[in-house]
Design a protein around this ligand. Structure first.
Ligand code: ADP
Ligand code: ADP
Ligand code: MG
Length: 459
């Protein structure tokens, strides 16, 4: 039985804070929301049982300030902490400090974060578990000469990636030896500055790849998968539109992919919610593991829509010491779900950030429609953090039905006066190529360059 979480501190903000509070309420758990001074008015502060201001607007002084978060944890008497995504969610030292205080970290243990959250370590774990990885370096590349030798061996183009990278940052494509020699030193310096770790590694660059990832859940003994998501629509390597199941995956490939994710998670006795990310190479017809996210992901709702399983609730239960309440055979995949990220950015002005007060917010309603929001009318999107306002998620019996429902739901949504990515999604949802499933991780940027937005957006 559960050690029984009674009071949960939420060390995050925006829509994921709201999502965590909802799940905690359903479980009868009290909530403590920590906020920066800039976030005093956000929706989660009006839903939580208690609110603690932990520092000024700057993330470094608030949501990333380990000392301040731990102090709030101690003083609030919360017996558990949920890190959400981003911020401290994949910080092993932080998870270790929470546990050392005798509190529960809602996520895997610190050793597992170290093993799987670092991309170079995770590659090694995948190889050991017999899971294919993108051809690349065996370990960290700590000097430019080694990088050059390896890239010349593998053949260009290659990707330079930061071992500690995330959120699409710390990645560069280089097309020849000269570009590589030029790119390595600043990439190391940037990774050091952004992630506190200058470690780099190399991967072959896969053209027209599709991003497919597998949701897993473990309780330390049993690991199950909840099928896959496709997140090929990206801008600057950040996901914009996600769906489940993947658009056109052969059943035997899907089975092998999901089985490999379970095998890898089992090899580290994984406990919690996690995602194994892969690239599908359409030319070689192979999938390759790229990284694991040892946390809940932004796009988890599409999986909840097709499986009917509340991932947030399960991850909190498992952290509290309970076993999974279902087995692999109980997990069914039904219908098709699509999520679009609605950011405070202006797609007509090269995605210029558009923070500010929201005065109007009209949300779609109806069967198969879900809106996960971090802000509501009357609240202000601050300029200091990522620009996600909320996520619109729809489900249909088929992909075509989901897309039709998404079109109607987007048309019924009004958020203003700040600019949002709604016009982008209204154009995307009407695109015949996207409807036909002709997607890859390069698709969206090509579409934008070719004027896809201008051709169809209405505002
Ligand atoms: P998902 O795979 O769930 O979509 P992303 O990789 O897009 O996750 O990241 C989710 C959030 O976490 C974003 O706000 C992103 O900016 C942030 N993030 C991810 N990794 C890191 C990191 N290593 N350091 C700082 N922020 C990160
Ligand atoms: P992050 O931690 O920032 O999420 P990932 O390793 O998951 O970094 O890669 C982010 C995205 O970058 C992928 O979804 C894909 O679009 C692209 N990418 C990563 N590795 C490769 C590769 N080897 N070849 C082609 N594209 C890649
Ligand atoms: Mg990733």
């Amino acid at each position: 039985m559960s050690q029984g979480i009674r009071k949960l501190l939420i060390a995050n903000r925006g829509e994921i804070a709201v999502r965590i509070i909802r799940a905690a309420r359903d479980l009868g758990i009290r909530t403590v929301q920590v906020v920066s001074e800039a976030d005093r008015g956000m929706l989660a502060t009006r839903m939580a049982d208690e609110v603690v201001v932990i520092g000024p607007a700057s993330a470094a002084k608030s949501y990333l300030n380990i000392g301040a978060v731990l102090e709030a944890l101690r003083d609030s008497g919360a017996d558990a902490l949920h890190p959400g995504y981003g911020f401290l969610s994949e910080n092993a030292a932080f998870a270790r400090a929470v546990t050392a205080m005798g509190r529960i970290f809602v996520g895997p243990d610190a050793d597992t974060i170290e093993r799987m959250g670092d991309k170079v370590n995770a590659r090694a774990a995948a190889i050991a578990a017999g899971v294919p990885v993108v051809p690349g370096s065996d370990g960290r590349l700590d000097d430019p000469a080694a990088a050059l030798a390896l890239a010349s061996d593998m053949g260009f183009p290659v990707m330079i990636k930061a071992a500690a990278g995330g959120g699409g940052r710390g990645i560069r494509v280089v097309r020849d030896a000269a570009e590589l020699a030029q790119a390595v030193p600043p990439a190391m310096a940037e990774a050091k500055a952004a992630f506190g770790d200058g470690g780099l590694y190399l991967e072959a660059y896969i053209e027209n790849a599709r991003h497919i990832e597998v949701q897993i859940l473990g309780d330390g003994e049993t690991v199950v998968h909840l099928y896959e998501r496709e997140c090929s629509l990206q801008r600057r390597r950040q996901k914009i539109w996600e769906e489940a199941p993947a658009v056109a995956l052969a059943p035997e490939v899907r089975a092998a992919l999901c089985a490999s994710a379970v095998r890898l998670a089992q090899s580290v006795s994984y406990r919690g919610a996690g995602t194994m990310e892969y690239l599908w190479d359409p030319h070689r017809r192979e999938f390759y593991f790229i990284e694991m996210n040892t946390r809940i992901q932004v796009e988890h709702p599409v999986t909840e829509m097709i499986t009917g399983i509340d991932l947030m609730r399960e991850m909190i239960r498992v952290a509290g010491g309970e076993k999974l309440s279902f087995s692999q055979d109980d997990i069914r995949c039904d219908g098709h779900a699509v999520e679009v990220r609605i950011n405070a950015e202006d797609p007509a002005r090269n995605f210029l950030p558009s923070p500010g007060a929201i005065i109007e917010m009209q949300l779609p309603e109806g069967d198969g429609i879900r809106f996960d929001q971090g802000f509501d009318a009357g609240s202000t999107v601050p300029p200091y953090y990522d620009s996600l306002i909320g996520k619109l998620i729809v489900k249909g019996a088929t992909r075509a039905e989901a897309i039709a429902r998404l079109r109607a739901a987007l048309d019924a949504t009004r958020i203003g006066p700040i600019s949002t990515t709604l016009p982008l999604h209204r154009a995307l949802v009407r695109d015949p190529g996207l409807a036909a499933g002709e997607v890859s991780t390069q698709w969206l940027e090509t579409w934008l360059m070719q004027g896809g937005l201008a051709a169809e957006a209405t505002g």
